[in-house]
Design a protein. Structure first.
Length: 88
């Protein structure tokens, strides 16, 4: 399972997302979280591939590339819920 966070680093929500990422990595140290700038070439491609319409977005993606769960917008999910999709 792959966890991916798409967000815009220089936005009004960046601090909240960066704190979320930091705390998630601290609590779930075994979990690997990929972070991608939504404005980068790869970020744009991933957003298009997974139909991300709002940022920030947290995606739980299966090993075969199938999205298992996608959270979009500023209402961030509980870290336990995200970790449960990643089987951490």
């Amino acid at each position: 399972m792959r966890l991916l966070i798409l967000y815009r680093p220089n936005s009004e929500h960046s601090r909240v997302i960066e704190d979320y990422i930091h705390n998630f990595r601290r609590i779930y140290s075994r979990g690997n979280v990929e972070v991608q700038d939504i404005d980068s070439r790869e970020g744009i491609a991933l957003a298009s591939l997974y139909d991300v319409m709002q940022y920030p977005a947290i995606l739980a993606i299966a090993n075969d590339g199938t999205p298992q769960k996608v959270w979009q917008g500023t209402d961030l999910p509980l870290m336990d819920e995200v970790a449960s999709y990643a089987s951490i």
